[in-house]
Design a protein around this ligand. Sequence first.
Ligand code: M6R
Length: 366
Amino acid sequence: EKGGYDHFMLKEIHEQPTAIKDTYRGRMLPDEGLIRMAGVDDNLERIANAKRILIVACGTSWHAGLVAEYIFEELARIPVEVEYASEFRYRNPIISEKDVIIAISQSGETADTMAAIKLAKEKGAFAFGVCNVVGSSISRETNAGAYTHAGPEIGVASTKAFTTQITVLTLMALKLAKHNGTISNTDFRTYLQELELVPGKIEKALEADEHIKYISDIYKDARNCLYLGRGFNFPVALEGALKLKEISYIHAEGYPAAEMKHGPIALIDEEMPVVVIATKKGHYEKVVSNIQEIKSRKGKIIAIVTEGDTEVRELADHVIEVPETIEPLTPLVTTIPLQLLSYHIAVMLGKNVDQPRNLAKSVTVE
Ligand code: M6R
């Protein structure tokens, strides 16, 4: 049932090209320049006229929400707030009938996310669900929704759920942008064309597996690890750190690269591996100077770079290449090497990758 893979997590990492295709298939019609999503189409005015979009989620799904925040604001120009469901529900949040709340949940059973949705609905907000499990509690509680078609995710560490959540939310943002006239027809088409190329690009990113294994072997005994990214890739840094913590039990932190000098830089010495997402565009030069700062403090740099990059290659201890795509879609490819890195480290340390200690696949208690 693991399809020839040693673990479900590895199988699910490799399923991402297909999972993403399954998620956009039938919804994205590049030739017609159209996106069809029943849950959005049926409520288009309500959603597109939202004064604010609130995203609530936990864990990896919250990270997908952060990526979505950047994408929604960039494309649809609707203000977005992303909250941990557990915090949102306990702080008497300001919600109005003009708000749309999006709950992101792989399982559709996360107790805090469910409670957040109920609370927002009571206050008159329109609730939209992005779930993977069909018929799950959150998918039933929301007014409308769009499923991720990732297929069953068994590994406790979420992988394909994350990338398919980003896919659904990107389609939704594009759809709203088109409706609101905040995107040109040319850009809209470019997005669709680029999204269609993402599965192939992930295949390509997966080819770095052996090289990532080699890097994993060097750093598997690290006690700490820092992940840095900017813009669309800041949430990817958080997600990379979460993956490492969850399955290898190595302490890891994700930060926006520019925040490093406001504190975490004090941690950097020759013992500290720093994973930096340094793909082209997206503040590339700024990230390069962040890398220089790490280097001058003797930190070990593992950089995720765009194919053919030379500038970062000269500075970093290791580079892992990913194919180029348009900036808002980079999280879909940059996240792949980070999943593999945590996977290989955990395997090398002999940890239970699919069922890490103390964790459950869905957290149905508060
Ligand atoms: O099922 P959900 O998406 O609501 O789950 C949310 C989190 O519990 C989940 O993403 C958790 O953080 C994963 N173990 C991350 O890999």
